[in-house]
Design a protein. Structure first.
Length: 408
């Protein structure tokens, strides 16, 4: 991946007006902080059969929030929000940073209105947009709370009681530094070998669908409309909350159990699926092949903590495995897997559990081979276990031959 350099400096973007009390931070001793930021050199990893990699550039980064905080308590001492597009040189400097020793966190794409991020200053009870001022004296991962943003269910579908819809994850990036000393009248620089690298915190689920007819089990998939306005793809059993690096915690999803009632609407409507390789935004751009003629890329949170230490190629813990549901549209008379017939044009649903782990900055290709005729209601996810049966050799005939004489 081409590396793009980005430095934090330019007083013009700081507090250019003192007309509001909100724009004034009173400190007795201040120093200057200068930092260089660049993208991490690790690219999203190519999936097993497709090769398309989304292009990463500064267009992926809308705004970045800076947090300076106590490494033990997580108490935020200083913050600012940067818009990279406002500077051609990408150079910004903070001249009024309170003297002290801090940990530094940069978090991208949690402040822009289109971002699908829920933020709160009371531990998640009520939504509040972060500013440079309202996060001050709040504690990371306690008061300051980051999560997926609630959305809306597609109309005309029964997702069941207690389900809550969420939007796909925003493309969150973070960068961290520890033990940064700011001294009155001096400049602290994080540049060169100390430059901060923005690392992608989300995963990419690449769904590819084989909807070809299966003569014995699914002979009429060609009758299914996969471009109907009422179609959708959903992902359930979502993680709860996203935390920043603090103490021994390395950042990312926390150890709160995943919640089966949280349902991400990954895509919906006539564009639920793509039926051609992407023309822009990817390099290379090959996704489809063989019988896989539909696809969609869905941004999701990782479903393992960094402390779990699960390899990117391994399976996720069963309690965190994502459950996928796709919906198509069938005509009246279509026969479902249970033998019932569609009385009118209506939805058809398929579901499956994805065993593989989703790791930060990694693409996991999910190939869904539709082998059944689907169901008229959204299948309820079932807990799954693994059963191993070893079948021995067929039993030999007993060598003891019994005899019976009869007279006719």
């Amino acid at each position: 991946m081409k590396k793009v350099l980005f430095s934090l400096a330019s007083a013009a973007l700081l507090f250019s007006s003192c007309g509001s009390d909100e724009n004034v931070q009173t400190v007795t001793k201040t120093g200057e902080l200068n930092a260089q930021i660049k993208f991490d050199g690790i690219s999203p990893k190519a999936a097993a059969l497709s090769t398309a990699i989304p292009i990463t550039s500064w267009s992926n980064v809308k705004k970045i929030q800076l947090f300076l905080y106590n490494s033990t308590t997580g108490n935020v001492v200083y913050s600012d929000i940067i818009d990279p597009s406002t500077s051609s040189t990408k150079v910004f400097t903070w001249t009024n940073v309170p003297e002290g020793t801090y940990d530094v966190a940069l978090v991208a794409n949690i402040n822009n209105n289109p971002d699908n991020v829920y933020t709160s200053l009371d531990g998640g009870l009520s939504p509040v947009a972060f500013t440079p001022f309202n996060v001050k004296n709040k504690k990371l991962n306690t008061d300051i709370y980051i999560d997926l943003k609630e959305s809306a269910f597609p109309s005309g579908h029964n997702f069941g009681p207690g389900k809550v819809p969420y939007a796909p994850a925003s493309e969150i990036f973070t960068a961290y530094a520890s033990g940064i000393v700011v001294t009155e009248g001096q400049t602290t620089s994080l540049t060169g070998v100390d430059a901060l690298q923005l690392k992608r915190e989300i995963s990419l689920m690449r769904l590819r669908v084989d909807r070809s007819n299966k003569p014995e089990s699914a002979p009429n998939l060609s009758d299914v409309d996969f471009a109907h306005t009422d179609n959708f793809v959903s992902v359930s059993k979502l993680p709860v909350g996203f935390d920043l690096k603090l103490g021994s915690f390395e950042g990312g999803i926390n150890d709160t159990p995943s919640d089966a009632n949280r349902v991400m609407i990954g895509s919906k409507g006539i564009t639920t699926f793509n039926d051609a390789d992407p023309a822009t935004g990817y390099n290379p751009n090959v996704i489809l092949g063989g019988n896989y003629t539909l696809w969609q890329d869905i941004r999701v949170l990782p479903n393992a903590t960094r402390a779990d230490g699960i390899a990117t190629s391994a399976d996720a813990d069963p309690s965190r495995r994502y459950v996928l549901v796709i919906a198509g549209w069938v005509p009246a008379g279509y026969e479902y897997a249970d033998g019932t017939l569609a009385t009118v044009a209506q939805p058809v649903y398929w579901s499956g559990t994805i065993k593989g782990v989703f790791s930060p900055n990694v693409i996991r290709e999910v190939n869904m081979n539709i082998k059944s005729r689907g169901y008229s209601e959204i299948p309820e996810p079932q807990p799954e276990g693994e059963l191993i049966i070893e079948v021995g050799d067929p039993e030999d005939w007993n060598t003891q031959i019994e005899r019976e004489d009869i007279e006719g």
